[in-house]
Design a protein around this ligand. Structure first.
Ligand SMILES: Nc1nc2c(ncn2[C@@H]2O[C@H](COP(=O)(O)OP(=O)(O)O)[C@@H](O)[C@H]2O)c(=O)[nH]1
Ligand SMILES: [Mg+2]
Length: 390
């Protein structure tokens, strides 16, 4: 007799990747015979640990319930995460595949802390500075990460993102996904007119001297009080890794490419090996939305061009796609941004694993002005109560 048994998955816990996922099932018996007590088991898979749960006997034309806790094999990587899983009832031929429509890939990240790493200087968080061209999708990336590290099903929009000048990031932002040791620092976008070679704003920012909400247009030439205040606890804001956002179209603009190249080299001289993120690659191919981690020829071609132009190994360049509209989470977008975040944290850990020479106040005060020392009018640091020194 073929059993007339239907299996539906009613709920999947909003789990973080790496931590167990709890799924609730309904077992409907559409036959006139009692369904015996049995087990509901996950099909063998490279990503999941084998697991099963008890299913009580189900009377004719009735339903039963089961709850399965699925844990991943801890050595598995983000690339291995499947988008769907299959379960079967052990005493019948019923088997069903379900999609996991969203994921939060974060258990591994929650374990990371800079504490005890010699170069971290007791900083509580990994400070990941999101830098790059204005309109390069920096703030959108931060929103993608805040969504990724949340446990909900909806896309979050926390960092103000652009589209028009009024919404472009000017002040420094700092975003700490709840429960993590990650602080994403949003910055003023690079254009052909800012972050000039003689400007100390980027070194001051990376060295942790500048607070959240600091308007980066203000500059520092008339503002040494900020640097003096920032020096007190600069180690907790000091950058541990820099993500360098390059929209794919940059390869067509020489001026912007030069500004990027100059600042890329400046970041290198300041002791960081930036992770280059080529953004908005959905404009190159839609296929990235279907398999975000695969190699797509259009994207690989742009990576090769950028690699040649900036002398960066292709393996240090990763692509990015963000959530565009608030709505529901997406497996492929989460998956790709998790990979970016994981690479950035690895860079931060590498950076922290060696004792780093901090840039001093003296160094910043004398930035590009060897002598005499720069000492313009002193302002009171209290004049900017809105600053947040976190
Ligand atoms: N096509 C596409 N557009 C994006 C993507 N990410 C961001 N954008 C858009 O690019 C514009 C600039 O984004 P924003 O995050 O403000 O850039 P920022 O200046 O670097 O912070 C906004 O209109 C975003 O909606 C993406 O992955 N694909
Ligand atoms: Mg921005």
């Amino acid at each position: 007799m073929t059993e007339r048994v239907a299996l539906t998955c009613d709920a999947v816990s909003h789990s973080r990747i790496g931590s167990p996922v709890t799924c609730q099932f309904t077992i409907r018996n559409d036959s006139s015979r009692q369904l015996p007590a049995q087990r509901l088991a996950l099909d063998i898979h490279d990503y999941w640990l084998p697991c099963s749960c008890a299913v009580e006997s189900v009377r004719p034309y009735s339903t039963g319930r089961a709850e399965l806790q699925m844990s991943c094999i801890y050595t598995q990587q983000v690339e291995d995460v499947p988008e769907s899983f299959t379960v079967h009832l052990t005493n019948t031929s019923t088997s069903q595949t379900f999609r996991l429509s969203f994921w939060t890939y974060t258990a591994a990240l929650y374990g990371y802390s800079p504490a005890n790493l010699p170069g971290a200087d007791n900083a509580p968080n990994f400070n990941l500075v999101v830098f790059g061209l204005a309109g390069g999708a920096k703030s959108s990336f931060i929103n993608s990460v805040m969504t990724l590290l949340s446990s909900g099903t909806k896309v979050l929009e926390i960092a103000p993102k652009g589209g028009d000048m009024a919404h472009t990031t000017i002040a420094i932002g700092a975003y700490n996904p709840p429960g993590t040791n990650i602080m994403l620092r949003d910055t003023w976008g690079l254009t052909v007119d800012n972050y000039k070679a003689e400007d100390r704003i980027l070194p001051a920012m990376l060295a942790g001297f500048l607070p959240r909400r600091f308007d980066m247009r203000e500059g520092l030439d008339n503002n040494p009080a900020i640097l003096r205040r920032g020096e007190i606890d600069r180690q907790k804001r000091r950058a541990h890794a820099v993500l360098f956002f390059v929209p794919h179209g940059v390869v067509t603009s020489d001026d912007e490419a030069k500004a990027l190249s100059d600042n890329f080299n400046k970041v290198l001289r300041l002791g960081y090996n930036p992770l280059v993120v080529v953004s908005k690659v959905d404009q190159l191919t839609d296929r990235v939305l279907i398999d975000s981690m695969a190699k797509h020829s259009e994207i690989e071609a742009v990576k090769a061009q950028i690699s040649g132009k900036f002398a960066i190994p292709v393996k240090d360049i990763i692509h990015n796609v963000n959530y565009q509209l608030s709505g529901d989470r997406d497996f492929q977008i989460d998956r790709l941004n998790f990979a970016i975040l994981q690479m950035a944290i690895q860079r931060a850990r590498d950076w922290c694993s060696i004792e780093q020479q901090p840039l001093t106040l003296d160094h910043l005060l004398h930035w590009n002005r060897p002598s005499p020392a720069w000492e313009p009018t002193i302002q009171s640091p209290d004049s900017h109560n809105s600053y947040v020194w976190d």
